[in-house]
Design a protein around this ligand. Structure first.
Ligand SMILES: [Zn+2]
Length: 468
């Protein structure tokens, strides 16, 4: 255990997260195919077996060697992550693969892949740091959420590779939001992709992909399908347009980092360091192979809330992250309206007494505060107040909230509170969200709770009059 660092929640003794403290050395291997097609190619560098490589490695091999280190250091310094697999796995590159105008991260052996977990580069493609970083990030993604490379999960896979690839290459001096501007035939005004301006290069869904129509959508309402010609005229037809739709999430992550305006939503950027930590946490702890764009938006917001507790970000930062996704259409119009509305929705009267909510407040202070914050604004757990919380729960029944708290909270020792205590916690939460207590107690009966809606006025007339 000596090589692990633990961060423990003082209020609940729960382990918040841990990482391995041990630092293993960077290990790189570079093979040069010399424009040929026979793998593996001749050895240019080998830190795995420490064999002597070529005395004068080709410039492409040198670039692969140098770029691998930049990406490795980025993952290590930002996330304490050791290489693509978090286990210190070697970064292996095969460069100058003949007749291959591309770069790829191999997940399994195949006709253009000599082995799993290696990179293969066509001539010219190694020199671009952001492309190299993008490829290593595919390795990171494959060993975490392993997002399936088709449709929305595939476009998320592409977007995260672009986003983390950009952050890693920025750490190495490629200080822009462009991908592939250093590739043969490309330039800063004609990059392969731009996270800031996905539509650069032209974007018309109904037209075939061409030199004048090779951009991406920047809003969810403009996402494409295999029926749209911009996609069906490319090999992206076979993967559900992953390199096209990735522009939507790319733009959200750009806005969250740098700020900007889109679709009437103003976002104040919170910086690449914070957004990197947030998205990394979403990728490594929340997303699964079939996750969608909306899942990623929610997971990022949840991950952000958890990082408030670790004091990496603040509650207002998470609001900006949420707005960044809203700006590209990834939260519903209703949620966007709720977020931008200054005044919280007011509630109808609800059947509970001041005594119940006061007792609930005491239980909250002992059992819930450590994760949800003294003022319910969230920490390790999400906020239990605010427009999104209200939108989520207030159209349902009080019983649903009661059941959630009873079966899922507190996370450390479920079932250790009495049903009455759970009831009082619910009374406390609704009071903190603006409901006014009356004279009739909240019933300790699940049928009655299920029939009781937050917006529903209390049946007791005396209480209704009193609360008005
Ligand atoms: Zn890719």
């Amino acid at each position: 255990m000596g090589s692990f660092s633990f961060f423990v929640d003082a209020a609940t003794s729960e382990i918040v997260y841990f990482f391995r403290d041990h630092r293993s050395a960077l290990r790189r291997q570079v093979f040069d195919l010399g424009e040929g097609k026979v793998f593996p190619g001749s050895l240019s560098y080998d830190e795995v077996t420490n064999q002597q490589g070529a005395p004068a490695p080709d410039a492409e091999a040198q670039a692969a060697y140098a770029n691998s280190e930049i990406v490795y250091r980025y993952l290590e310094s930002e996330f304490g992550r050791l290489s693509f697999d978090a286990l210190g796995g070697p970064l292996v590159s095969h460069v100058r693969y003949g007749g291959f105008a591309n770069a790829q991260w191999c997940t399994r052996p195949g006709s253009t892949c000599p082995a799993p977990n290696v990179m293969v580069y066509g001539t010219g493609y190694t020199r671009s740091l952001d492309i190299a970083a993008h490829e290593v990030m595919h390795g990171v993604i494959a060993s975490e959420a392993d997002l399936i490379y088709v449709n929305e999960s595939g476009a998320l896979n592409e977007s995260f590779a672009d986003f983390f690839g950009t952050l890693a290459s920025r750490s190495g001096g490629d200080d822009d939001w462009l991908i592939g501007e250093d590739l043969p035939g490309h330039s800063a005004s004609n990059p392969v992709r731009s996270l800031e301006q996905p539509t650069i290069g032209g974007f018309l869904k109904s037209a075939s992909f061409s030199l004048a129509n090779k951009g991406q959508p920047d809003h969810y309402s403009n996402r494409v399908t295999t029926f749209d010609r911009i996609c069906s005229s490319t090999t992206d037809f076979f993967n559900g347009c992953v390199h096209i739709n990735s522009g939507i999430v790319n733009r959200a992550l750009f806005l969250a980092s740098e700020g900007g305006n889109q679709s009437g939503v103003a976002v104040a950027g919170v910086g690449t360091g914070k957004v990197g930590r947030i998205v990394y946490r979403a990728l490594t702890t929340k997303l699964i192979p079939t996750s969608t764009f909306l899942d990623a938006a929610k997971a990022s917001y949840d991950a952000c809330s958890e990082l408030v507790f670790a004091q990496v970000v603040t509650v207002p930062d998470c609001e900006q992250v949420r707005l960044a996704f809203a700006a590209v259409g990834l939260l519903t119009a209703e949620e966007v309206a709720a977020v931008t509305q200054a005044a919280p929705a007011s509630l109808g009267t609800l059947q509970f007494t001041a005594e119940q909510s006061t007792t609930g407040g005491i239980v909250y202070g002992g059992r819930c505060r450590g994760c949800h914050g003294a003022t319910l604004l969230g920490g390790l757990g999400p906020p239990l107040t605010g427009p999104l919380f209200r939108n989520k729960w207030y159209d349902g029944s009080v019983g649903a909230l009661y059941d959630f708290v009873k079966t899922r909270m507190p996370k450390v020792s479920p079932g250790s509170l009495t049903p009455t205590e759970y009831l009082h916690l619910v009374a406390f939460i609704v009071k903190e969200n603006g409901a006014t207590p009356g004279s009739e107690p909240m019933p300790e009966n699940s049928q009655a709770l299920n029939e009781m809606g937050f917006r529903q006025p209390a049946t007791d007339t005396e209480q209704t009059t009193q609360a008005k």
